[in-house]
Ligand binder design. Structure first.
Ligand code: SAM
Length: 267
């Protein structure tokens, strides 16, 4: 508990994003990651391997942009700093682990920058009392940076709707939740597709809650029905909540897809 309080306090997260709950969410997620380290290890290694493959296929290596960098548990930072001149870590909240990792790279071969920003484009309006309806999502961050040669969206997409949706429903209970979630997911895909360089998307696509005997209790689409582009992809399971995390012996498993958007035809 004390560790979580200190982590939240030391998390780089500007006021509107903190008000929306991003610092708390980042701290809770890092704590869960520590508790579930063994169960999450295969997923983390698969994500890192997908990133390394995308880096190896990338011809030009000026800037790599990492969206959803978080505590960097899924991101092979040393590989990135060894191959790119500049590494931009973009997230709504940079926990101490990420700040420390970036600081350790200060004399390394690449410039490592922390960009703290809202990738849904909704946070400022959602926390503005003068705004009277849920804001339309959308983000253009880094589209004007011609040095970006690779974009990585790392286990971020399904997280994007969570806090804006909660805030919108709190302020405007009549909000069409599924439609708003769908719009936020679709807006991130539009953002990714707008880059003129290779893009790797790693995201969970289908969640299943199982009872203690492995029977399916519930299925959930974390992408609100938004279809990902077809194309060369790999998939694996991630034991998001292994035995002991949830009450009544339930477990939560999610299917993850790693997809190169530059390889993918439009849906
Ligand atoms: C599952 S974590 C990603 C883990 C990370 N890739 C790693 O290597 O440890 C999801 C991340 O999405 C970030 N996030 C959620 N909503 C965001 C938003 N609106 N803008 C930017 N980042 C956001 C969270 O802060 C969190 O770090």
């Amino acid at each position: 508990m004390l560790r979580e309080l200190a982590d939240s306090w030391l998390t780089d997260c500007p006021a509107p994003l903190r008000r929306l709950g991003h610092a708390y969410a980042a701290t809770a997620c890092a704590a869960r990651g520590r508790r579930c380290a063994r169960a999450w290890a295969p997923h983390r290694e698969r994500t890192k391997a997908a990133i390394r493959a995308a880096v190896a296929a990338c011809a030009s290596r000026r800037t790599v942009l990492v969206l959803g960098s978080g505590p960097l548990a899924d991101v092979p930072l040393v590989d990135l700093t060894g191959r790119f001149g500049r590494v931009v870590l973009a997230d709504a909240a940079h926990p101490p682990a990420a700040r420390l990792a970036a600081w350790r790279c200060r004399n390394g071969p690449a410039a490592v920058e922390l960009a703290t920003l809202d990738l849904t484009g909704t946070a400022a309006a959602l926390t503005d009392p003068a705004v009277t309806a849920p804001p339309a999502p959308g983000c253009t961050a880094f589209l004007d940076d011609p040095t970006v040669d690779l974009v990585l969206s790392v286990n971020l997409l399904s997280q994007l709707p969570l806090l804006p949706l909660a805030a919108a429903l709190h302020r405007w209970p009549e909000t069409a939740a599924d439609a708003y979630g769908r719009a936020i997911v679709a807006a991130h895909l539009t953002h990714l597709r707008s880059f003129r360089c290779p893009v790797l998307l790693v995201t969970d696509i289908a969640r299943t809650t199982l009872d203690r005997d492995g029977r399916v209790l519930e299925r959930e689409d974390p992408l609100y029905g938004v279809a990902l582009p077809a194309g060369a992809a790999e998939e694996w399971d991630w034991e998001l909540a292994p035995a002991g995390e949830l009450p009544d012996g339930r477990t939560l498993r999610t299917r993850v897809r790693a997809l190169r958007l530059d390889d993918a035809p439009s849906p």
